[in-house]
Design a protein around this ligand. Structure first.
Ligand code: FES
Ligand code: MG
Length: 579
């Protein structure tokens, strides 16, 4: 307790005075049955909970919070759990991305305005991880991430199926006529059969790996299955650790350095992670004051083999990843091969990333492959630029068809997602396997919210002919569970005046992943002429006040899709008294 006494606590600004204000702050809290001694200098630890029955991936989080509390109490802290907006990927329409920034604002204001000395972030489903890290980074208290963990393997007809990925595959099989609708519907309950996040290397698993690679969680946080008792032990240990972090004043900004982001970018290549990480890492970096550029993904990420063999790029699921050694095992392989850029980067347990991983065993070379037997030689996210994407676009090589990564084809253009849905099923649509599907107006402002519609399903008539992949280009995102030769995040988006908006049916497009180029084959003069004569499309109609705020202030994909006014670390200064 002597350490407790010495540490100057932020929460003492609420609970530490013998006056009218101290009376008010303490008295109302005491209505929860809290004895007076709890207010005598114990670190107050916020537990920021994204529990919601509408976010099924995070529906077990009250139990998770209980284990975090045990650790906090054991270490001499006092836990206070609070709810924030919960972004559920599976239910929220038009897209959970629309409200990532809203949740981050909720998190930032909840932390700064309340009596807490540190915060534990309970995250799981895709957007909850970046939203909470963004909000917490803008306040910069000692912060630790506890993820909810992945679901058990999906099961169908005695085989493993991956959440999300199986939906895309089975739906294509229905359209191609190789399975019946009855078989499709039968898959539902085996697809998601336990608590937790998608068990593929989708965006949730990717962001859990990013949180661990960034150093913001304890080792193994990313992969322990949601229902494995060791997930609860990790939650308990995180509760102990966050109290120690208060005494060490180990704030988020002391952990989240540029080096940590570079490690995360390289780890994303090693795990075959989601393209969504490009947007989320940029947004988190912007909040903590680290300047991350799209080119960092080329400079740091390219050349790193994908060694984690998980769907959608590979064969296995998160359960197997944990049993094979988890992220520490994969990072050990990277470090042994001198492919971890910054082994000395600090993590929340006070040790470096390499200290945490250097002795980590790998139990299964099929799941975490040796560096000389990778799933893909170069798994780094491919950053593309050219006259079609002056501010960049991305493609995930591990999800793409190698033969299509250098491609020249004629555009088949969809003005927006509705136009795509209506036109793709037209049996007279002029399209062949060589065509390039181009969709406009699905970006941050255009959709609005930049939905995961970039992996456009192929024309049914081509599916029936056995075509399984085509080059697709849009200003949308795609689910981390999806696959294909899909160019995403084209910036600027069509709605913001980007050249994607002037592509016409029949235009020739060249994609050159090795050269990082995406071009429309027209002259500069023709491009300028088309841009000048382009009829201004009506801005997307905002359906709510928040949507209007979003459309007016969202930054483009290359800038992380944060709001222009939210970028930055605004610190943890205690606000004025409320009365
Ligand atoms: Fe929540 Fe995939 S839908 S993690
Ligand atoms: Mg997703």
């Amino acid at each position: 307790m002597s350490a407790t006494k010495k540490t100057k606590l932020r929460s003492a600004e609420w609970f530490g005075t013998q006056d009218k204000n101290g009376f008010m702050y303490r008295s109302w809290m005491k209505n929860q049955g809290i004895p007076d001694h709890e207010f005598q200098g114990k670190p107050i630890i916020g537990i920021c909970n994204t529990w919601s029955e509408l976010t099924p991936c995070n529906a077990h989080f009250r139990q998770l919070a209980d284990y975090v509390k045990r650790g906090i109490l054991e270490a001499g802290g006092f836990p206070v759990e609070f709810p924030v907006f919960s972004n559920g990927e599976s239910n929220l329409r038009p897209t959970a991305m629309l409200t990532r920034n809203l949740a981050s604002m909720d998190v930032e204001e909840s932390i700064r305005g309340n009596p807490m000395d540190a915060v534990v972030l309970l995250v799981g489903c895709d957007k909850t991880t970046p939203a909470l890290l963004m909000g917490a980074a803008s306040v910069d208290l000692p912060t630790i991430v506890v993820s909810g963990g992945p679901m058990l393997n999906g099961k169908l007809n005695g085989k493993n199926i991956g959440s999300g990925t199986a939906v895309w595959q089975l739906h294509e099989q229905v359209k191609a006529g190789t399975i019946t609708m009855h078989e499709f519907m039968h898959a539902e309950s085996g697809h998601s059969r336990s608590a937790g996040t998608c068990n593929t290397m989708g965006t949730a698993s990717t962001m859990a790996c990013m949180a661990e690679a960034l150093g913001t969680s304890l080792p193994h946080n990313a992969a322990i299955p949601a229902v494995d008792s060791r997930r609860y032990i990790l939650a308990h240990m995180s509760g102990i650790r966050i109290v120690e972090m208060v005494h060490e004043d180990l704030r988020l900004s002391k952990v989240l350095k540029r080096e940590n982001f570079e490690n995360a970018i390289r780890v994303n290549a090693a795990i075959g992670g989601s393209t969504n990480a490009v947007i989320h890492l940029k947004a988190i970096a912007g909040r903590i004051g680290v300047d991350l550029e799209l080119e960092d993904w080329t400079r740091v990420g390219r050349g790193m083999p994908t060694i984690v063999d998980l769907m959608p790029s590979g064969r296995f699921l998160m359960e197997e990843f944990y049993y094979a050694g988890g992220l520490p095992g994969a990072i050990r392989r990277m470090g042994d091969g001198k492919l971890l850029p910054h082994p000395e980067a600090l993590t929340v347990n006070g040790k470096t990333l390499w200290e945490n991983c250097q002795d980590a065993p790998v139990y299964d070379d099929e799941v975490i492959r040796p560096l000389d037997k990778p799933l893909l030689e170069d798994g780094g996210i491919c950053i593309l630029r050219g006259n079609l994407a002056p501010r960049g676009a991305v493609l995930k090589p591990s999800a793409a068809t190698p033969a299509l990564m250098q491609h020249r084809g004629r555009a088949v253009v969809f003005e927006d997602f509705d136009h795509y849905k209506a036109r793709i099923i037209d049996p007279d649509l002029e399209v062949d396997a060589n065509s390039v599907l181009v969709m406009k107006n699905c970006g941050p402002k255009g959709y609005p919210g930049m939905a995961e519609v970039g992996n456009m399903g192929l024309p049914p008539k081509l599916l029936a002919q056995g075509v399984r992949d085509m080059v697709r280009i849009s200003d949308a995102r795609m689910s981390g569970t999806a696959y294909g030769t899909v160019v995403l995040h084209v910036a600027p988006e069509a709605m913001a005046g980007g050249p994607l908006g002037i592509v016409r049916d029949g235009d020739w497009i060249t994609l050159d992943c090795a050269g990082g180029a995406l071009n429309l084959e027209i002259s500069d003069a023709a491009m300028a002429e088309r841009l000048a004569e382009r009829a201004a499309r009506q801005p997307a109609t905002a359906k709510s006040g928040y949507q209007q705020l979003y459309i007016d202030h969202v930054l483009q994909a290359d800038e992380g899709c944060d709001f222009d006014f939210l970028v930055g670390n605004r610190g943890s200064e205690v606000p004025k008294h409320s009365h």
